[in-house]
Design a protein around this ligand. Sequence first.
Ligand SMILES: Cc1ncc(COP(=O)(O)O)c(C=O)c1O
Ligand SMILES: N[C@@H](CCCC[NH3+])C(=O)O
Length: 447
Amino acid sequence: MNTELVASSGKNPEARRLSEWTRPELLALSETYGSPLYVMDLDRVAENCQRLLAAFPAADIRYAVKAHTGRAVLETVREAGLDAECASAGEVLRSTEAGFDGDRIHYTAVNPPAEDLDYVVDVWVDNPELTVTVGSADTLDRLSERGFDGRVCLRVNPGVGAGHHKKVQTGAAAKFGVPIERAADVARAAAARFEFVGIHAHAGSGISGDDLSNHRELVRRMGELARKIADAGIALEYVDVGGGFGVPYVEDEPPLDLNAVAAATRKALGTVETPTGDAVQLAIEPGRYVVADAGVLLTRVNTVKQARDTLVAGTDAGMTTLLRPAMYDAYHPIENISRDGTVTPVTVAGPICETADVLCEDRPVATPERGDIFAIGIAGAYGYEMASTYNSRPRPAEVVHSDGEYRLGRRAEQLSELTTLETDSSGRAVQTLTGNITADKAHRSDQ
Ligand SMILES: Cc1ncc(COP(=O)(O)O)c(C=O)c1O
Ligand SMILES: N[C@@H](CCCC[NH3+])C(=O)O
């Protein structure tokens, strides 16, 4: 591992570990709100924002909303002073509803559906400082057709990516951005029709000490492009080098040394100025770093069985609650918070009828009994956001914590809500036959 840009291991305020959550509090929450249950610590979200602001003091910092869109999280991030980077019309809607002014909203259009552009241009009419980042020259035409002539940033494909899994390595993936070789020409054309404010690239998600050299190479290429654009007489406001800063998931993994990452980023970018000699801002857009270690997922064990070669704990959370293990083979720390004592290798498997619905294999945890609560750590980023209703399983509730108080941030979906979008053969909304699960039923512990 490249240890140059990671902090020394051991207890470190830069990474909140699962073991630092208070077990009796988590157990009480699972009794009150049922399971599965996401818990988000807003105080930790605010701390993470402060650490980013301290490490990148002169940069524009945009929170990548896709990592966690909960209203309370967005409000916390807004109050901390970060902007919002939105990947869709829905994220723009959520950000405006959470109080972000238009000048703090950056919409990154990825193959944008017409409805997204229609919506964002409508929002722009009342918020002319909103910025649209485009990854293809024809998106510029589609914006013009809608009467948009506002702030535009060009997403560049720098040809170098990074990230914790090949499915999240973005910087060289064909679908994202204009190839860097053509970017200066597209920028020139865009500057003739729009207020051209920036260039943008994103290496990928979950960058660790191992692949920081790729992040640096991306930043170096972006610095070079920015100077070329300045030479063409175009005044940029910023160079956005994306997000992707990783956090430790494995218990003894050291956190990134954010100050060292910031220094390396600045060095790789070099000096970038407008044609008249003004400084061009560095911008970053972290998502995971802001929310990952602020979240825990609680799940109840409903089945314990000795399989042929492993002990299986069946839980009420699975791949529809937390997709990352099934999709990326991602590791999340897991503890049995209902008991200590003898530790056994356990395979934790969810209730979904898919072989991939396994949260971990042969993980040493305190030997489970039916009714125990497992806590799954570092679940605040891309956890709830990637939840689905596959297998017709309602999405879970989420509780938020701030200053010693817990409250419901999002209620659980109910069985009766699963069919609300459907119509019958005469076009009328289908009658829902199931009643809501009562709070009592949903919350009882299944012993
Ligand atoms: C354009 C863009 N910006 C920012 C992010 C945030 O990434 P992360 O959550 O890894 O910081 C992503 C996600 O990978 C992204 O696609
Ligand atoms: N969903 C991914 C991160 C990808 C971010 C989207 N560009 C993860 O959970 O690791």
